[in-house]
Design a protein around this ligand. Structure first.
Ligand code: S3P
Length: 185
């Protein structure tokens, strides 16, 4: 995490379908903090759904937007941030986070990620391939070394979003959070 031990923001990383958005929303509610989602912000700024951004502008444009949005949102405080699954997979990115950032890796298996992605419909262009489980295995294999840099890892299949949020809150308290309501309660 950081030098001072004061947590200003929680950054959730993990593969597509790991529950970053649901857990992040639940955690933000518990803390009374804001919730911000990188993908949602990119969608809003470009004015298109993610698959359309990939289709019309290409993945490189999406990645650039994601980089810009990520750098901006990481300046906010008292905020829970849900990254897109590919955001951490850039050399040095997980090593250059602003002070006060607690990073949590929500782990998910490729099979469960694909099961959840199917439930949500065709929102993930990278998984729109004939064998999405194989694709998820490859991507996860490439990205694990980046996700692994997070301060803590939680099994996303180990509880409901509310339960996982509660676990993260406990981690925050035990790592010395000073500026959120339940730490001083
Ligand atoms: C991506 C993950 C997606 C979204 C885009 C690319 C990735 O976000 O950013 O489709 O490269 O893993 P979620 O992890 O929220 O699904």
């Amino acid at each position: 995490m950081t030098a001072s031990g004061t947590i200003a923001r929680v950054l959730l990383v993990g593969f597509m379908g790991s529950g970053k958005t649901l857990v992040g929303q639940a955690l933000a509610r518990r803390l009374g903090w804001a919730f911000r989602d990188f993908d949602q912000e990119v969608r809003f700024r470009v004015g298109l759904p993610i698959p359309e951004i990939f289709r019309q502008h290409g993945e490189a444009h999406f990645r650039e937007m994601e980089r810009v949005v990520g750098a901006e949102l990481l300046q906010e405080e008292r905020v829970v941030l849900a990254t897109g699954g590919g955001w951490p997979a850039d050399i040095g990115r997980m090593d250059a986070l602003p002070p006060g950032t607690l990073t949590i890796w929500l782990k998910v298996t490729p099979e469960e990620a694909i099961r959840r992605a199917r439930e949500e419909g065709p929102t993930r262009p990278l998984l729109a391939v004939p064998d999405p489980v194989e694709r998820a295995r490859e991507l996860l294999g490439d990205r694990e070394r980046f996700y692994r840099k997070a301060d803590r890892a939680l099994d996303s299949e180990g509880g409901t979003p509310e339960e996982l949020a509660r676990e993260i809150e406990t981690i925050m308290i035990s790592t010395g959070r000073e500026n959120a309501p339940s730490a001083s309660a």
